[in-house]
Design a protein around this ligand. Structure first.
Ligand code: ATP
Length: 219
């Protein structure tokens, strides 16, 4: 059965760092990546753009990119969306034996112990962890996290196909230092974001004047 790989994020806005890890995961695991914008993220301040707008930018970013698709389920859910609930819902749909995985960046993995019912995630899905500048996975992990992960690490993509959940695969992809926070700050300051955003997303942000970006003057 094909691996169902979900890539959740605020995507506020989606940027080239997101696309790079989605494509790296797609290629390493030979599967489709389901990009899932968070509706009401429990771990951070409300996003700068609303869910429909963030999803529209994801759709623009993945247009014509093979193997990347948009999943709107967290936007359509009323109330707070916890990853554990989303994975339980997907598990119910896919069945008990289907391989299911959640893609995160290294900074998100380090913050995992603050997630709602984080220890339950491993019974529901595998984790795929992308490296990210500034978030060392080799340094000592927080104690409870290191212990929870120690027997789960694998280097073999096949381990994510042959079991439904519970393994953690580290993705060794080219590093990208871009972040949505830096992009929002640059847009608000009128500075260049060249090379950080997919061109269609950059054009959309300018057209709508999002994040304080100066909208073009009317003709
Ligand atoms: P912000 O700066 O607003 O926190 P972000 O750039 O981290 O945003 P998110 O939408 O929060 O973007 O990220 C979604 C997921 O993608 C997270 O798991 C995050 O760790 C990961 N991620 C984002 N940017 C990168 C990157 N450049 N390299 C590796 N992982 C990344």
């Amino acid at each position: 059965m094909a691996l169902h790989l979900v890539y959740g994020g605020t995507f506020d806005p989606i940027h080239n760092g997101h696309l790079a890890i989605a494509c790296a995961a797609r290629d390493a695991l030979a599967c489709t990546v389901h990009l899932m914008p968070a509706g009401d993220p429990p771990h951070r301040a409300p996003p700068g753009a609303d869910g429909a707008t963030r999803a529209a930018m994801v759709a623009l970013a993945i247009e014509g990119v093979p193997g990347l698709v948009l999943d709107r389920r967290e936007l359509e859910r009323v109330g707070r969306s916890y990853t554990v609930d989303t994975l339980a819902e997907l598990r119910g749909t896919l069945g008990a034996s289907a391989p299911l995985a959640w893609l995160v960046g290294a900074d998100s993995l380090l913050g995992l112990p603050s997630w709602h019912r984080w220890r339950d995630l491993f019974a529901l899905a595998h984790l795929v962890v992308a490296e990210r500048p500034g978030s060392a996975l080799d340094a000592a992990l927080p104690a409870g996290l290191a212990e929870a992960l120690q027997d789960r690490w694998t280097r073999a993509p096949a381990d994510l196909q042959s079991q439904p959940a519970g393994r953690v695969l580290r993705l060794h992809q080219p590093l990208s230092a871009v972040s949505a926070t830096a992009i929002r700050a640059r847009l608000a300051a009128g500075a260049s974001t060249s090379g950080w955003l997919p061109p269609a997303v950059a054009a959309f942000i300018q057209e709508k004047g999002l994040y304080g970006a100066a909208a073009p003057a009317p003709l």
